[in-house]
Design a protein around this ligand. Structure first.
Ligand SMILES: [Zn+2]
Length: 302
């Protein structure tokens, strides 16, 4: 059972918004694609976990702090007697290991994912043993989910699960009896409450309100939508969305990109590209938020 949903990381969410509304500098565009690919890999692994029949508690995406060290665990699974932690990679293509050095087959050195796994394991152990006083065995795994991935010179002793081994790995977990206890639940809850949402690793290109293209963006294909009387329609994929849902989606987007700005009828209408009437925007804001002040200086808060 999943103890919390896997949220889209804030950094990825913001880059998704910006990518539609501005031309991202090449470095940021690459970073955005990497994040998107990584997230896709994590979601693929989540979908494989539905085959787990052994009782367990699944915690996707934990950002934790131990002794001022921030560390991020893609997936943790608590069983009765131990906790498995997973570093998930969606690498595609051919890679090689020489000594301790990982590289693409064309020779480009990459960060050794086993080092990252080791660091996470060590910090999680410190957190469990020293802070939470729960000396629970930790089993680390590096999982590759992309079927178009090959790694030369890996050794069987490495804690790696290749795409062709995921099924067997899950069967193996199912073969171990596990009954989730009250203690397991407590641990899950403690880890979930320690999860931070303010990642210090976030890297954003500079942007400002004026430079961003305004309009209603389709939630499905990220194209522009056209507003109708009650509903919006996507130019490209034909998706239909009622006006209120679309406006609320864009309020959330605006708040994420400009947390310091006030929510007013005019700003949201402008953000939506003036495609909806002020009256409609005002009705949606009044229904979903609390209004402060009246007339021209009125704005809305949660
Ligand atoms: Zn669309």
């Amino acid at each position: 059972m999943f103890l919390k949903p896997r949220d889209v990381p804030l950094e990825l969410q913001m880059l998704r918004y910006l990518n539609v509304r501005m031309r991202l500098p090449p470095k940021d565009k690459q970073h955005y694609h990497n994040l998107e690919k990584g997230y896709e890999g994590e979601v693929i692994f989540d979908s494989r976990l539905v085959d787990l029949t052994s009782e367990c508690l699944i915690l996707p995406d934990l950002l934790l702090e131990q002794n001022r060290n921030i560390f991020q665990i893609d997936t943790s699974i608590i069983f009765q007697e131990n906790i498995h932690l997973f570093e998930i990679k969606n690498f595609e293509g051919d890679f090689d290991i020489q000594a301790d050095e990982w590289s693409t087959i064309s020779g480009e050195i990459i960060k050794n994912p086993l080092h990252q796994l080791k660091r996470n394991e060590s910090l999680l152990k410190q957190l469990l043993y020293k802070n939470l006083k729960i000396p629970f065995p930790v089993q680390p795994h590096l999982v590759f989910v992309n079927p178009h991935f090959t790694l030369y010179n890996a050794s069987p002793e490495m804690p790696i699960i290749f795409p062709s081994q995921i099924d067997r790995f899950i069967k193996k977990l199912n073969g171990h009896f596990s009954k989730v206890t009250q203690k397991n639940h407590q641990l899950g809850k403690q880890l979930a409450t320690r999860h931070r949402t303010d990642s210090p690793f976030t890297r954003m290109p500079p942007y400002n309100y004026a430079q961003l293209q305004k309009g209603i963006v389709c939630a499905h294909c990220a194209s522009w939508m056209i507003a109708g009387d009650r509903k919006m329609r996507c130019n490209r994929c034909g998706r239909i969305e009622d006006n209120e849902t679309a406006i609320m989606r864009h309020v959330a987007e605006f708040k994420t990109l400009f947390p310091e700005h006030k929510i007013t009828t005019n700003t949201i209408r402008d953000w939506c590209g003036n495609t909806v009437s002020a009256k409609k925007v005002q009705r949606v804001l009044a229904k979903n938020f609390t209004r402060i002040n009246h007339g021209k200086i009125s704005s809305y808060i949660d």
